[in-house]
Design a protein around this ligand. Structure first.
Ligand code: SAH
Length: 339
């Protein structure tokens, strides 16, 4: 299938998704696991996720920390608190930190440059990933020069009209895509991605996501099921499924074999073995939560978001055991993309 996917048309992808069967999913997963094995062996890379702020100027219709959600208890971490989290993560064995947050103007270039400089001084053997939304090319450049290695910015959907139904008119599909191109040109390891089962998604919009990924060749790709949040417009929409998420994980692995592909928290949230199923479909990254205990429940992108057990950085032992049980080994080095 790997070869066929390289030249498949948009209609071809839509048809593949529409007519999928559990047998096809199984054979794609086997092929994806084999392809990943050749590049990454049995390694599962871990990243310590620090959720720096749930204050956000944007109002994405699906997101629990959207600006208009009055029920969200807001917080932000200071640079000192972020450095403390990283210290805790370092002691636990993490060598990659992901700083993710809402678009919060508190995190100016100046603040981030000073923070990145300190992080790199203290932990020169660690990779730093930022996931702070859309910023100017200049800002991305400044942050790269200050030591940021990677940037995660999900494209959310590669179909412009669909993008416009998920976001307020103040946000622009073209700008998001432009940000991704800028990040790539500036030399970041870049992650795009989308939610599976977001309201309005169709086999046709998913086909566009797959074409975009094949063409863009991201170093990372975050895909996880959409899960509704009670305080959003989409409160009553159904969640995405484990089955379609895993099917797409396998296709993405086959489309772009070196991609670093997380088995996401959202996948772990909708199914007790979600992470394992993701790994067995071709994923090779897990991102346990390293945020301070007192704010951990507040970065609530969707209802019932997991942050304990193997989903917590402190649960690394349990994560190791769970991965070992399916024949995989948790690796705590930087886990750079292998090109
Ligand atoms: N402000 C940053 C980080 C956003 S939160 C940015 O713009 O990139 C990280 C990701 O969580 C989002 O990109 C989105 O795909 C996902 N997310 C948000 N709400 C969600 C929901 N209800 N269900 C599943 N995933 C969600």
């Amino acid at each position: 299938m790997r070869e066929a996917l390289q030249t498949m048309t948009e209609e071809g992808f839509a048809h593949l998704i529409e007519t999928r069967t559990s047998e096809l999913a199984k054979s794609l997963a086997e092929e994806a696991v084999q392809v990943r094995q050749e590049i990454y062996g049995k390694a599962v890379y871990v990243r310590g996720l620090i959720e720096v702020s749930n204050i956000c100027k944007n109002d994405c219709l699906y997101c629990g920390i959207r600006a208009s959600n009055k029920n969200c208890q807001r917080y932000r971490l200071t640079p000192e608190e972020i450095l403390e989290c990283a210290g805790e993560g370092y002691r636990l064995g993490f060598r990659t930190f992901v700083l993710q947050g809402g678009e919060d103007a508190y995190y100016t270039d100046e603040l981030l440059v000073s923070l990145l400089t300190k992080l790199k001084e203290k932990y020169p053997d660690c990779a730093i990933t930022l996931s702070l939304g859309e910023r100017s090319r200049e800002s991305y450049k400044t942050l790269k020069e200050a030591g940021a290695d990677r940037y995660l910015l999900r494209h959310e959907t590669a179909d412009k009209p669909h993008y416009e139904t998920l976001h307020p008119s103040s946000m622009s599909f073209d700008n998001r895509m432009e940000c991704l191109r800028n990040l790539q040109e500036l030399g970041y390891q870049v992650g795009c991605g989308f939610m599976v089962g977001s309201p309005g998604q169709t086999p046709q919009t998913l086909a566009k996501d797959l074409l975009f990924i094949r063409d863009f060749k991201p170093d990372m790709c975050g895909i996880g099921p959409f899960v509704p949040h009670a305080d959003t417009v989409f409160a009553r929409e159904p969640s995405g499924t484990v089955e379609l998420t895993c099917f797409l994980l396998s296709i993405i692995r086959l489309l772009h074999p070196p991609v670093l592909l997380p088995a996401t928290t959202a996948l772990g949230t909708i199914h007790p073995e979600g992470r394992e199923l993701g790994i067995l479909s071709g994923a090779n990254v897990v991102m346990p939560n390293l945020s301070p205990e007192n704010v951990r429940g507040k970065y609530e992108l969707y209802d019932n978001k997991l942050n304990t057990g193997a989903e917590a950085a402190q649960g690394l032992k349990s994560l190791r055991e769970r991965m070992a049980a399916i024949g995989y080994e948790v690796v705590t080095d930087r886990g750079d993309v292998k090109k």
